[in-house]
Design a protein around this ligand. Structure first.
Ligand SMILES: Nc1ncnc2c1ncn2[C@@H]1O[C@H](COP(=O)(O)OP(=O)(O)OP(=O)(O)O)[C@@H](O)[C@H]1O
Ligand SMILES: [Mg+2]
Length: 357
């Protein structure tokens, strides 16, 4: 409970007990002959009791009712010097029982109402989450249709370009400058075909081909074959190869893609002369492996954190905004999770968690 609402609550209790004392004084100082007024005052006690139930539930209500009974009892019985309430014993006895009963029933109803309200809030939050998920799914479906068409259109001419380059290459001896150019054409066409396949794998995820994966080894391999990037000139990537970690079970190609996407993002954010640090650890709850990729760039923009896994959300010139959406889908299909946050000292951290095999 916040400090403000705690203060608010105590203000209400103050008012409630002030009313109880005021009604008690009216009882004590109103003449015995004014029977009619005493009947009204007895009923006035219900007001603070009900208010106490609304302020602090059944417990606060019962405490208020007991305080009322203790204050009213000497007056009801005419104990010592206190003047006696002129009501009949039945009226007074019944009233005392009712104070306690009303506190109990109202308190229970208020508590039940609060439980229903809490459940309702949870249900609304869940509904909003599902709606956001649906919007994302709809976008994914749109990407699926679009990319299937695009892939078809691009793949066929690409295959022709590659075939033609291969044929032309045969006309030149190994080592001939033109042969090298044509070999580049062939390898680049193959790479493009690979990109296309990855794009399609996002639209229509490939089935997972599970095998045991040694994460540090896979990461070492990814780092060794990172494409060059001018934007990271003079930057450094450090990775402390940890002690042997539990193997995880998953699709090596897909997990390689996740690592690549996240590390390339970190490198792009860190910029020239930047620093990227990759670390790994075994986790116990749930058991598995966590991989952290930290960079010393500007960190995630607030709108990037909100739209992290939304396909096509990008703040980068030339970015497609698919990297994290693909990675998220892959990690989740492996039963893991992907989290992103900003580091307290500046920079970003992306954590991937995979369950152990
Ligand atoms: N390490 C990071 N630091 C700060 N912002 C980041 C980082 N990684 C991702 N982002 C933000 O998240 C956005 C989405 O990243 P994502 O990888 O999905 O797409 P992208 O990098 O823009 O394009 P691409 O599809 O080519 O990877 C980025 O545009 C950027 O705003
Ligand atoms: Mg990216």
């Amino acid at each position: 409970m916040s400090e403000a609402s705690r203060k608010h609550k105590w203000a209400w209790y103050g008012a409630i007990y002030a009313v109880i004392l005021a009604v008690t004084s009216l009882h004590y100082f109103t003449g015995h002959e004014l029977h009619y007024y005493h009947g009204i005052y007895r009923r006035l006690y219900y007001l603070p009791i009900i208010l106490a139930c609304f302020t602090g539930g059944v417990r606060a209500g019962m405490i208020a009712a007991i305080v009322v009974c203790l204050l009213y009892m000497p007056h009801a019985l005419g104990l010592g010097p206190v003047m006696q309430d002129p009501g009949s014993p039945t009226e007074k006895g019944l009233e005392i029982i009712l104070y306690l009963t009303v506190a109990l029933i109202t308190g229970l109803l208020v508590s039940r109402g609060e439980r229903i309200r809490d459940r309702l809030i949870l249900a609304i939050e869940e509904k909003e989450r599902v709606e956001a998920e649906l919007v994302r799914a709809a976008k994914l479906a749109a990407v699926g249709r679009l990319s299937a068409g695009l892939a078809h259109e691009i793949r066929n001419p690409l295959a022709s370009i590659k075939g033609a380059a291969e044929l032309l290459g045969d006309d030149f001896a190994e080592g001939h400058p033109k042969r090298r150019l044509l070999d580049t054409l062939v390898s680049e066409a193959e790479r493009l075909n690979g990109v296309l396949t990855r794009f399609l794998s996002f639209a229509r995820p490939a089935p997972i081909e599970r095998k045991k994966i040694d994460m540090p080894a896979l990461l070492g391999n990814v780092l060794a074959f990172l494409p060059q990037g001018n934007h990271f000139r003079g930057g450094s990537i450090s990775f402390d190869d940890p002690m042997p970690l539990k193997p995880i079970e998953g699709d090596e190609g897909q997990i390689r893609q996740v690592l690549l996407n996240v590390i390339l993002n970190a490198r792009e954010s860190a910029g020239p002369g930047g620093k990227v640090t990759v670390s790994m650890e075994e986790t116990t709850d749930p058991g598995g492996v966590a991989i952290h990729v930290d960079d010393d760039g500007p960190g995630f923009a607030p709108e990037a954190l909100e739209n992290l896994f939304t396909p096509f959300f990008t703040t980068r010139e030339g970015g497609t905004g698919l990297g994290l959406a693909i990675s998220h889908r892959i990690v989740e299909s492996h039963g893991g999770s992907l989290e992103a946050s900003n580091l307290p000292g500046g920079g970003a951290r992306v954590t991937m968690r995979f369950p152990a095999s």
